[in-house]
Design a protein around this ligand. Structure first.
Ligand code: PCA
Length: 214
């Protein structure tokens, strides 16, 4: 049995919704039973530096996942963003849901400055794009709680020989403030399903150009 941990986030800041959590619920509601050979564990994480890492550690201890895919909202982005790298830095522009606002502190003291996601990120982007969903690779998950979670799961994956990464999503249709970009919730959920299936089907990422000039 293969175990996949899929996480989203609760709302944060001034927002009443978080499409990452809604899409995770949708994926969980229609995931086939364990007869499929893949057990999906899903969870909505608190948007707090301390609480998100603590809850992740508990979930990893309890479920011993083979793959962890964490997801969150990147309001203002127009595409699903498959994150390549977590930076070992907390620099919070707004307080988290505990009221904490760390500035220029490491997410994981003593760990390297950055850690790569170990998902087959380019294959995931290819497969999500093939489903007609706007998607791209991203070189920054920011310096707030999503990046913090990426650093934690990617470090765990490197230590334990497992695979982990992070996907940011735009607002879901009907949610975006001030005319910011939106995608249908169904497409966000479908992107997560593809990311899981592609990861399980792919040992080695494809060789493809994925960089940016700036
Ligand atoms: N997005 C924030 C934190 C929680 C979320 O969904 C971020 O990008 O850090």
């Amino acid at each position: 049995m293969t175990t996949v941990l899929l996480t989203g986030f609760e709302p944060f800041g001034s927002d009443a919704v978080n499409p990452s959590g809604d899409a995770v619920h949708l994926v969980a509601s229609r995931w086939p039973g364990t007869g499929s050979g893949v057990r999906l564990v899903s969870e909505i994480l608190p948007v707090t530096f301390a609480g998100s890492a603590r809850r992740l550690n508990e979930l990893i201890d309890e479920h011993d996942p083979d793959v962890v895919i964490a997801t969150g909202l990147a309001g203002g982005r127009s595409r699903v963003s498959v994150e390549r790298v977590g930076v070992n830095l907390m620099d919070a522009r707004i307080p988290d849901n505990d009221g904490e606002q760390p500035v220029d502190l490491p997410s994981l003291p003593g760990a390297p400055a950055a850690v790569f996601a170990s998902l087959p990120v380019k294959t995931i982007v290819r497969d999500i794009a093939a489903a007609g969903i706007p998607v791209g690779l991203s070189l920054t998950a920011g310096s707030f709680v999503c990046n913090h979670v990426l650093v934690h799961v990617a470090e765990w994956a490197h230590r334990s020989g497992r695979r982990a990464g992070f996907i940011h999503v735009p607002w879901a249709t009907g949610q975006a403030p001030n005319g910011e970009p939106e995608l249908p919730l169904e497409q966000l959920a479908r992107a997560f399903e593809i990311a899981i299936r592609t990861t399980l089907a792919t040992e080695r990422d494809i060789d493809a150009v994925g960089g940016t000039l700036h």
